[in-house]
Design a protein around this ligand. Structure first.
Ligand SMILES: Nc1nc2c(ncn2[C@@H]2O[C@H](COP(=O)(O)OP(=O)(O)OP(=O)(O)O)[C@@H](O)[C@H]2O)c(=O)[nH]1
Ligand SMILES: [Mg+2]
Length: 452
């Protein structure tokens, strides 16, 4: 199946159905009165993260999604039925962005997560609702409230525990094929891989997901090669495996090229933990390996692992290293994938994991500070960071609370408005009450459709 990681779609929730105008007329029954029912609510647009989907390709072929409108009310006080919802199934890791691709409106990171993205419009009242002591036979009804509509971008950011990075031909796909059941295309020309591949590594009882993305070249952040378009797919991984082709003349330059692109990409990528692998060791002499390993270690300041994806040499050690870090990171921070992409972490030296909780890497001094006997200030700093990171769901809650607050506020306003009416217009009758009601509706729903 073709891989597609972004798509622009038009979403519209259903309009509310109109209320009915009807009167009860029955032989031998006098005073029938109005009995037009209310219209039904329009269908919602619901977004659901589905397991087993890896691409947004479905949204290339169908781009407009309109939920059903609510059914109209009927005589005999029958209310209209609700419009049917549209449930959009997207892969886990999909974000919904506004039309300008700037604001993330919704982020689905767990399988089964559901969000009502656009709520259907409420149905309008039928004439039974407008019956007042002074108007016993109203012919008034409400046409229903419109649904919401919006163009949005769907963007998939795969959720993998480890991300594979490197220049083209570094042997990333070979490594993925050797360690997982994935069958990526492998060839000795650059840009064999054109879209990300995922694979599951099974190590004993444990397993983790690894992502292979297309190779990066110098200037990728300016669009060279395939650009840095696919880097987003490793944004949420816990660790990066940076593979360097050992047969290249200048391995240090290869290393630096990728690091520069990570810095240029921004976000938290350059700060991520990184395991450096000197690949294709089978094609190298022992002296070459020693020399290149030493050069890379001097450049990066971290241990460099030697491996060969083709023969399997050193691969187990690399997997073990990745697994240890991923497990520790999951214990420390189970929610890492919920963090916003721009979250900044204290930067440890590449290839090393964070020591005890509460410790921070001091870039200038080049040491870990804090820990058990740290000064309180630093611990506070770190706590703040953590609180910020976790704040997302809480913010959501807050918003809901805010909304309630607003509604309360509106109610209070409405009462005021009623009072004013009473003072200014002494012989206020049912009409005024109706108007006040309309005003209330209008405030709740925002816009006011024409009432017939
Ligand atoms: N000798 C040797 N060759 C390798 C090894 N790993 C990969 N290769 C070869 O290197 C070439 C590129 O390998 P790929 O796995 O396609 O490299 P890639 O990093 O996925 O490349 P792109 O997808 O183009 O970015 C192929 O011809 C592989 O056979 C290795 O460990 N040893
Ligand atoms: Mg490849």
């Amino acid at each position: 199946m073709k891989f597609l990681d972004q798509a622009k779609v038009y979403l519209k929730s259903g309009d509310g159905g109109p209320g009915a105008v009807a009167f009860r007329r029955e032989k031998y029954i006098e005073f029938g009165g109005p009995d037009g029912g209310d219209g039904g609510r329009g269908g919602d647009i619901v977004i659901e993260a589905a397991d087993g989907l890896n691409t947004l390709i479905d949204y290339r072929y169908k781009q407009h999604f309109k939920a059903q409108r609510g059914h109209h009310g009927m005589g005999g006080n029958r209310n209209g039925a609700r419009g049917e919802d549209i449930v959009m199934r997207v892969p886990v890791g999909t974000q919904i962005l506004d039309e300008n691709q700037e604001t993330v409106l919704c982020d689905l990171t767990e399988a089964g997560q559901r969000r009502v993205f656009l709520r259907g419009g409420d149905g309008g009242h039928g004439n039974a609702h407008f019956k007042t002591p002074t108007n016993r036979a109203p012919r008034k009804f409400h046409p229903g409230w419109p649904g919401q509509e919006q163009w949005v971008w769907l963007r998939l950011k795969l959720i993998a525990d480890a991300g594979l990075l490197g220049l083209p031909n570094a042997g990333k796909s070979t490594f993925l094929a050797a360690t997982t059941a994935a069958k990526p295309k492998i060839a000795d020309y650059p840009f064999t891989t054109l879209a990300p591949n995922l694979g599951v590594v099974r190590a004993g009882d444990e397993e983790f997901v690894i992502a292979d993305i297309p190779g990066l070249i110098e200037g990728a952040h300016e669009g060279h090669g395939l650009g840095d378009r696919f880097l987003g797919h490793v944004e949420r991984s816990r660790i990066l495996l940076h593979l360097i082709d050992g047969t290249a003349d200048d391995v240090v330059a290869s290393y630096r090229t990728i690091r520069n692109e990570l810095e240029a990409y921004g976000g938290n990528l350059a700060d991520k933990l990184e395991v450096i692998g000197l690949n294709k060791a089978d094609a190298l002499l022992d002296e070459e390996i020693d020399e290149k390993k030493a050069a890379l270690e001097a450049e990066s300041g971290a241990e460099v692992m030697v491996l060969s994806g083709a023969t399997g040499q050193g691969v187990q050690q690399v997997l073990y290293r990745l697994l240890t870090v991923i497990k520790e990171s999951k214990e420390d921070e189970p929610e890492v994938i919920h963090a916003p992409a721009t979250r900044s972490m204290p930067r440890p030296p590449v290839g090393q994991k964070l020591p005890d909780e509460g410790m921070q890497w001091d870039d200038e001094a080049g040491v870990w500070v804090g820990g058990d006997d740290e000064e309180p200030l630093e611990e506070d700093d770190l706590d703040d960071d953590l609180i910020d990171d976790d704040a997302d769901p809480q913010e959501g809650d807050l918003e809901e609370g805010d909304l309630d607050g607003e509604e309360d506020g509106e109610d209070a306003d409405d009462e005021d408005a009623d009072d004013e009416d009473g003072e200014s217009d002494e012989d206020s009758d049912g009409e005024d009450a109706e108007d006040a009601e309309d005003a209330e509706d209008e405030e709740k729903h925002g816009t006011k459709p024409d009432v017939v």
